[in-house]
Design a protein around this ligand. Structure first.
Ligand code: CA
Length: 435
């Protein structure tokens, strides 16, 4: 199903955002964007920020090139404000964002020369020094995978793994924005309180059970004022796009500290985020129905459009590479379509008490795990064999196995949207090495 013609804003019928920019056969004058294995074809057009000649600048990824959007904004009139100063906050305006997508699609299409005549506006993508897409004010982490929640719950409460609130409330906690880091930034092993089962008192020392969590990060767009809410029916007006996110977790610190208020220092030492924002418009071919579940969500968490097309169908995977390995090895794959709550439900719930959401805030999905054992989004689950059973390490190579992360290990998250009839797009990678 394809609709051609300029976008006219949102209506509320399923795949309504599909337009000419999703045409599978569209190609760019930039040849590298037309390769089948390119995550950044002309149908994608993800936004980011980078450091160029010491300045923070707005960017677009296309093929194997990075386009300096700040240069473009200074030379032409673009429908999104702030790009000329290197800020992506203007993308919070859905109509401006859509117009910019259409303009860039046209300018990068075969036969157009405005951008092609400015090679100095482009650089090698691989060599670009990327930044977080936004200066994040607030970061929240949800717990939206029922498979993750059930498996982790069964470790602590084998007879009652899922707490009674889980099917009613999108569970989350407030994370720490100050330790959000862009993909590629090394991660220091945290120190904290560790309490062995056979000792009476904890000790302060380096984490011995360091883990990753495969998540999707949702970038908030237009926010709400204090005391106002964000109705689920309008929620697509209020998020910009997604990035990959790794919620590094110190399981031994977490086990001792988490009750009664939830995660604290076990999580706040680092959270890695991939540099590219895949916009809601780019994701339009990859939406899917919300997970069906009982009981029916309360009214403020129910919207027909969100139920029919509020989920995201993306192929995500986790690869690990030890210091001695050449290539990362895939250890699991999963899909956010299996989440119990949609991104929209999480955002609407977050604002449902009148808490202001602000442009550039980051909302993470929680570990994305599927039902199958090999679709677990963290080592805590992946190596779990059941109560009283020893953990089963993951085989990385003939010589190396991992129960938890060791110094020098690199974790690489990646994701693709694939759907017959549409060009595949990649979310890029979210990498981090344990220093
Ligand atoms: Ca998490």
């Amino acid at each position: 199903m394809l609709f051609y013609g300029a976008a006219t804003g949102f209506d509320r019928n399923g795949l309504d955002m599909l337009d000419a920019t999703h045409n599978q056969t569209a190609t760019s004058w930039l040849e590298s964007a037309n390769r089948d294995d390119s995550p950044f074809p002309i149908q994608h057009l993800p936004f980011g920020r980078w450091l160029r000649q010491g300045q923070v600048r707005a960017a677009l990824a296309i093929g194997d090139r990075i386009l300096d959007l700040t240069c473009v904004a200074q030379a032409t009139s673009l429908p999104v404000a702030g790009l000329e100063q290197g800020s992506l906050l203007g993308l919070a305006d859905p109509s401006g964002r859509q117009s910019l997508r259409h303009w860039l699609f046209e300018q990068l299409s075969q036969g157009n020369s405005l951008l092609a005549s400015h090679p100095d506006w482009f650089d090698n993508l691989e060599e670009a020094v990327m930044l977080l897409p936004f200066e994040v004010g607030d970061y929240t982490d949800f717990y939206a995978s029922i498979h993750h929640a059930t498996r982790v719950g069964s470790m602590f409460r084998p007879d009652n793994p899922l707490l009674p609130n889980y099917r009613w409330v999108p569970i989350g906690y407030h994370g720490r924005a100050s330790s959000l880091i862009v993909s590629g930034t090394p991660v220091s092993r945290p120190h904290g309180q560790l309490k062995a089962d056979d000792l009476e008192a904890p000790v302060y020392g380096p984490c011995k059970m360091l883990d990753y969590e495969l998540e999707l990060g949702l970038w908030v767009g237009q926010g709400n004022a204090l005391g106002q809410t964000l109705p689920l029916a309008d929620i697509r007006q209020h998020w910009i796009g997604v990035s990959l996110l790794n919620d590094w977790s110190a399981r031994d610190i977490q086990r001792w500290e988490y009750q009664p208020l939830g995660p604290f220092l076990a999580k706040s030492f680092a959270t890695s985020v991939s540099p590219w924002v895949t916009t809601q418009e780019a994701l339009a071919p990859f939406v899917c129905p919300a997970a069906t579940h009982e009981p029916r969500p309360l009214d403020y968490l129910w919207d027909d459009q969100d139920q029919s097309a509020g989920g995201l169908d993306l192929e995500l995977e986790v690869c690990l590479r030890s210091a001695s390995m050449e290539e990362p090895r895939r250890v699991s794959s999963s899909n956010p379509k299996d989440l119990f709550w949609t991104p929209g439900q999480m955002l609407a719930h977050h604002a449902s008490n009148g808490c202001p959401m602000r442009p550039g805030d980051l909302i993470a999905s929680g570990t994305i795990s599927g039902e199958a054992a090999d679709s677990a989004g963290c080592l805590l689950e992946l190596t779990w064999q059941g109560p009283g059973q020893p953990r089963q390490p993951v085989q990385l190579s003939d010589e190396e196995r991992r129960t938890f992360l060791q110094t020098g290990d690199e974790v690489v998250l990646s994701g693709w949207g694939r759907r017959p009839g549409y060009r595949s797009i990649g979310l890029g990678t979210c990498r981090g090495t344990i220093a």
